[in-house]
Design a protein. Sequence first.
Length: 544
Amino acid sequence: MKALREQFVKGAPDRLEKLRRSLDALEHEPASPDRLKEVLRHFHTLAGSGTTFGFPVVSELARQGEESCGARSKKGGALPADLEGWRDLVEAIEEQLFLAPAPAPRDELTEPPAEEPEAEPPRLSILVVEGDLELAEEVRRHLTPEGLTLSFTTTREAALAALERETPDALVVDVNLPDGSGYDVVRQLRRSPRGDESTAIVLSSATAGFLDKVEAIHAGADATFEKPVDWEQLLRRLQILLEGARKEPPRVLSMEDDPNQAAFLRAVLVSGGYQVLICDDPSRFESDLISFKPDLVLMDVVLPGVSGVDLVRFVRQDERYATLPVLFLTTRSQSNAKIETLRAGGDDHLLKPVTPAFLLSTVAARVERARFLRGLLERDGLTRLLTHTAFFERARALHAIVQRSPKKQVTLVMIDLDDFKTVNDRYGHPTGDRVLAALASHMRRHLRQSDTLGRYGGEEFALLLEDLSEDEATRLVTRLLEEFRVLEHRAPDGTTFTTTFSAGVSLVDASRQSLEAWRQAADDALYSAKGAGKNRVVTAPRTP
């Protein structure tokens, strides 16, 4: 941050000189809206950056210039008295930057010492704290098939000791423990290293009231479930909450044309673990939005040639970005500006200069909420795999990547459960649903985090396997089949049965295949497997 402050001061003479030239041009064209906007934008940039780099008086002086420019633009142009006042402001800003004593560094801008990166565990770890041994066994039975690493304790003291040793990815804790409250365990989790990144789920009695749920939230719980537990709902919620732990760091796209402010935003967000892309040209915003696929957008209002409000209106016209959070970051503090940004589709309105702590906390909250909502929209309720639409959006994106990078290998696998109608007719639809969920769980446990799994519809599933040859993908799916066909499923009368699936495998050749042709090739291979006797994997013939 010290280096950024020095860079701001070093670049200030050039910025002030540009502001003076803009004022000279405005003097010759006092009624020109473009000239007036140019002056306003220079003041706007200084207003947003001054306090950030330790010059609060610069921000205040520049804000006066910005507001008076905005007021004058509504009245048709600048008067000589306006120009004289703005030049006085420039002189005062210059005095603050170069004649006033250098400001002391602000503690909140001090960069923390670098920490050694921790090795990521191969599987997500869950600490279960449950004094009822029967319920603990039920938790084990439902969570173990999900490929999670489980550890169990039965008391509050044992749980607190476990948290002292290691912070789990998730905590499932009963409120009523033999030696105290589960809320104490949740509070300790939040105080632990990386505890704010963990997921906490509380199990409460059926008699728990609304205030008990509020207490759970106040303690730091992400979700509360009453006994008897709806396990399907709990697993679905747990998967959504853990989604962030399985993925790469969140991505933030910042539309910011001021290099000093952009450097500040990048430094703060990168220190918070975010991937950051700065877009300094509004004409590139659409392409950056498509290629970078941000989890959140930071949008300035005053931009060259276009308003940030109009860019957000453009974003909101595309349903793909319905859940994408947009935070406006601007010096415009008037209530009408806030109304304008909210009506355009903004989620919040942050005023420059924004402190690093407030920026990070706001971004984190918005990203977490958006991921939760996106998880609800994109996940099939029964299997918790991607829906048909969400899956093929991923397929479309990977197809485009292969078009740009032909050496990239992506394989599409279509899977269909064999004789599934017979399972439903013989054992009933609830049993059939459990078979579908079992296949989904089996694939999640034995495929990589980077692989994409979807429910295509009914008893059909689809996979996207990256960076595997066609032969490797075929061997992998064949192994999944060999393991799945020996799994036993329980019928309503207590007996067990097994079932199989058929699969079609197709490696994309994006130079010759459209997305639809790729899908059709995998589908044709699947039906070849069905026609050849089922219970097998067939590879699609190469495109001639």
